[in-house]
Design a protein around this ligand. Structure first.
Ligand code: IPE
Ligand code: IPE
Ligand code: MG
Length: 238
């Protein structure tokens, strides 16, 4: 089975560029091209949800010039790509602490989401100024504001307030660029996601690399705490 939801940490743009004696920003521009390819490949493979980590809450620590290039790139991608994505049936969601962005960018984000809200072919979620810890805390604060005075909140109570409430939990997580860490991506939602790490830098990641990740996913046994024998029983019964 193809995973319904793939979540990716797109890492290695900078190293892709510096290994070619190019400025890091060239790597980010190439990274945008890779996004186009992977979005298309997901649609062809019937993947319903693709979530991309574009900018973490910690990425503000980068040199200001790099941060401002990333912001401009984000804005120009929205300007150039939203209509095409809309025509391709893509629903765009941008999640993270968006108030930190400049008002014009916030406006573009709101417009992209509104325009594509009713599309059903692929839900593309971009995590921007996102952090997994921020997500759990903002959800908790909103839940407490909506239902104050309780002491017995459940996971189900919190779920609708999480930033990814519009999507099922990811089936497959991919991190490019060789690092094997979560870097404050979807902490709550990755609890039972299959993890896949590849050395490939993000600008080099395309349809063939995605297929390798999917093949690895298809060889995993997802037990969710049960035993293999129990899974066999369930399969026989159905
Ligand atoms: C990922 O590539 C893109 C962002 C974090 C915005 P990097 O810029 O982290 O690339 P490396 O890890 O330095 O190679
Ligand atoms: C993670 O990459 C964030 C994104 C890809 C947006 P980083 O390059 O920021 O992660 P660290 O700093 O190596 O953990
Ligand atoms: Mg990196």
């Amino acid at each position: 089975m193809v995973p319904a939801h793939v979540a990716i940490i797109m890492d290695g743009n900078g190293r892709w560029a510096t290994s070619r004696y190019l400025p890091r920003v060239t790597g980010h521009a190439k990274g945008v091209e890779a996004v186009r390819g992977v979005v298309e490949a997901c649609i062809q493979r019937g993947i319903a949800y693709l979530t991309l980590f574009a900018f973490s809450s910690e990425n503000w620590r980068r040199p200001p010039e790099e941060v401002s290039v990333l912001m401009r790139l984000f804005s120009s991608v929205l300007e150039r790509e939203v209509s095409k994505m809309h025509a391709n049936g893509i629903r765009i969601k941008i999640v993270g602490e968006l108030t930190r962005f400049d008002p014009k960018l916030q406006q573009q984000i709101a417009e992209a989401e509104a325009k594509t809200a009713h599309n059903t072919r692929l839900t593309l979620t971009i995590c921007a100024n996102y952090g997994g810890r921020w997500d759990v805390l903002q959800a908790m604060n909103r839940m407490l504001a909506a239902r104050p005075g309780h002491s017995d909140y459940t996971e189900q109570d919190l779920a609708p307030y999480l930033a990814m409430a519009h999507a099922p939990e990811p089936d497959l997580f991919i991190r490019t660029g060789g690092e094997q860490r979560i870097s404050n991506f979807l902490l709550w939602q990755l609890a039972y996601t299959e993890l896949y790490f590849t050395e490939a830098y993000w600008p080099d990641f395309g349809a063939a690399a995605l297929d390798e990740a999917i093949a690895s996913f298809q060889n995993r046994e997802r037990r969710f705490g049960r035993t293999s024998a129990q899974l066999l029983e369930v399969r026989k019964a159905s």
